[in-house]
Design a protein around this ligand. Structure first.
Ligand code: ARG
Length: 418
């Protein structure tokens, strides 16, 4: 008797992936091994494991990947300043390549010929899973039930009922959410109208800024080479540090993001994010770079950050291009050590102090008071050369191109005193 083929399914314990277990067995005749990965949200892994077996998995595996997630995915993204379209800290996008890698590892260990995920056909997540999987393991097949089964929500619920798969409260919520340690996302329901202000009920990690404490709270973040290592003078492990900041900053209403986002598949979608720790840490990290990196390096870093965010968002984590950019980022972070004082107040996280042994800020150069060591006379020659090309061209153009024709908005009319 030949053994049945096996597939490893990324299993959340929710309705879609529970239905997927049964659907894969029926449609492909494969044995389903589920893999549930905790990315720092303290899932009840034993309950999820039991549910997987109950809905028909032949084996249910669970793994706590929070530390690896932070050290290998979140910190590099923070060091890179990766915010998609300047706004989204990329929580979900960072989680997908790790999940794909763990699926691949598991498939190889278990002798499975395929991996499976619950993504639909219109999101970014399918791209991230599929590209990551195929890059790491070209030999594996990918099964994506929700992309293949062509069931409406109602048909899916019927299918679940028919197969004795219990449906929990997710049926009632009009929202679609995803979360890991780095942030939470909310879509669907009234949020699909971009004119509608998000109702308070969509938020789970943050207080409403209006109800946040009347007194501000300060938090001091210590960095070593661009990586957060402590809060308020205490050394802290990566996961604990993010958890603590999520709770402190969330209490002050910090970390709400309302973003009309350009999906990779061409759709604009309205996304609500909550990412208190990410918002505080990105602001603090940028502030520390601001004093430790030169102007030139900072300008270049902006470009790198944008490309880095796109790489993550677009599912290209395991690309050579990412490795190349990461090498640059890592090198750039050698000077990004020190501390940043952040003030949390009514939805805002503001940098109010920064210090570093690598600081390029020099009081002797900057001061307008006593002890000024800046050479004012040197400025004259500098300005002469700095302005030289502009002055030269102005002379050349003077009689050739009327000023108003070339730069109308930049040439205000002459005003005569009355
Ligand atoms: N729009 C975000 C992204 O593409 C969040 C996606 C959330 N995923 C989900 N399956 N609900 O990264």
């Amino acid at each position: 008797m030949s053994e049945k083929g096996k597939v490893v399914l990324a299993y959340s314990g929710g309705l879609d992936t529970s239905v997927a277990v049964r659907w894969i067995q029926e449609t492909y005749g494969l044995d389903v091994i589920t893999l549930t990965i905790d990315l720092g949200t303290h899932e009840d892994l034993e309950t999820i494991r039991a549910r997987a077996l109950e809905v028909g998995a032949v084996k249910a595996l669970v793994v706590n990947a929070a530390d690896v997630f932070v050290d290998y995915f979140i910190w590099p993204a923070l060091q890179a300043g990766a915010l998609y379209e300047g706004a989204y800290p990329l929580a979900t996008a960072l989680g997908r390549p790790l999940i794909a890698k763990l699926l691949v590892d598991t498939a190889r260990r278990e002798g499975a010929g395929a991996v499976a995920h619950g993504c639909t056909g219109k999101g970014n997540d399918q791209v991230r899973f599929d590209v990551s999987t195929k890059t790491l393991a070209p030999e594996l097949k990918i099964v994506a039930p929700a992309r293949e089964w062509n069931m409406t929500r109602e048909e899916e619920l019927d299918y679940a009922e028919k197969h004795g798969i219990t449906v929990d409260v997710t049926r009632k919520s009009p929202y679609s959410t995803d979360e890991n340690l780095w942030g939470r996302s909310v879509e669907c329901g009234v949020l699909e109208d971009p004119w509608v202000e998000p109702p308070e009920e969509v938020y789970a990690w943050t207080a409403s800024p209006a109800d946040a404490p009347a007194q501000p709270e300060h938090v001091e973040v210590a960095f070593e080479k661009g990586v957060p290592v402590g809060l308020n003078g205490d050394k802290m492990g990566s996961v604990a540090l993010i958890e603590e900041l999520n709770s402190v900053a969330g209490r002050h209403g910090v970390g709400r993001i309302d973003h009309i986002e350009n999906r990779l598949v061409g759709i604009k979608s309205r996304e609500i994010y909550e990412a208190p720790a990410a918002v505080v840490l990105h602001a603090a990290h940028r502030a520390l770079e601001g004093v430790t990196m030169t102007r030139q390096a900072l300008r270049f870093k902006e470009i790198v950050s944008r490309h880095y965010a796109d790489i993550i968002y677009d599912g290209l984590w395991f690309s050579k291009f990412h490795q190349d950019l990461a090498a640059y980022v890592l090198s750039s972070q050698q000077v990004v050590s020190g501390s940043v004082k952040m003030k949390l107040f009514k939805g805002q996280a503001t940098k109010v102090g920064v210090r570093s042994q690598f600081s390029l800020y020099s009081r002797k150069l900057a001061t307008y008071g006593a002890g000024d060591e800046f050479d004012h006379r040197a400025a004259v020659g500098f300005i002469a050369l700095h302005g030289l090309p502009t002055r030269t061209q102005a002379q050349v153009l003077k009689n050739l191109l009327p000023e108003e024709a070339v730069r109308p908005r930049l040439s205000p009319p002459e005003l005569k005193p009355e």
